[in-house]
Design a binder for this molecule. Sequence first.
Ligand SMILES: CC(C)(COP(=O)(O)OP(=O)(O)OC[C@H]1O[C@@H](n2cnc3c(N)ncnc32)[C@H](O)[C@@H]1OP(=O)(O)O)[C@@H](O)C(=O)NCCC(=O)NCCS
Length: 184
Amino acid sequence: MCNALDGARSVTRIDPERQVDLIVREAREDDAAAVLGVLNPIIESEAVAFDAPLTEADERSYLASFPSRGVFQIALRRHDELLVGFQSLEPFATYTSLFDHVGVLGTYVDASCRRQRVASRLFAATFTAARAKGYEKLFTYIREDNPAALAAYAGQGFRVVGRAERHLKVGGRYLAEVIVERFL
Ligand SMILES: CC(C)(COP(=O)(O)OP(=O)(O)OC[C@H]1O[C@@H](n2cnc3c(N)ncnc32)[C@H](O)[C@@H]1OP(=O)(O)O)[C@@H](O)C(=O)NCCC(=O)NCCS
């Protein structure tokens, strides 16, 4: 897909000047299959909080019912519009208005396009869209065994505000979730 530069678990610094030329835009329901083209391989082999691949019907229905206050940005490689990454932001809670200023993020970039600023471009687009929708704070949970995500979020100004111990059970092994937040 892109030039293979890095695996998600590596913490080796690799040419930061390399960037893939991108179009970043809001997702539509029709993007479901392309989103899964990135997400399902990550679910199958990386340190994320899913346990099974999603179907296109699942993803279509998720996108169709995506909250109006949510932000779902996708990154397309410019020359062929292949989807190489996406980022979703959803309200922290909807049963009360007291969390309306807080959004929860998820960020996923195809393994072959890592360390080429795809996530960085998505963060920039999401921050802008989130401010426009009234968010003041972004929040997420990252698995303790996911150094790439911890580094990527730290690089965007997220700070660690907590650690939920034994929060995931992966193949019988407990793992913590690291809680990070950033004010917009
Ligand atoms: C985390 C993830 C989204 C980062 O995407 P990316 O497009 O590679 O990130 P960027 O190229 O924008 O990286 C920006 C900075 O983040 C940090 N970073 C990203 N990946 C890193 C890694 N593997 N090791 C160390 N630092 C890393 C670096 O500071 C990097 O800047 P640099 O390349 O100039 O050193 C990607 O690794 C991914 O999709 N992982 C699997 C899904 C996942 O874990 N998502 C998080 C759950 S919410």
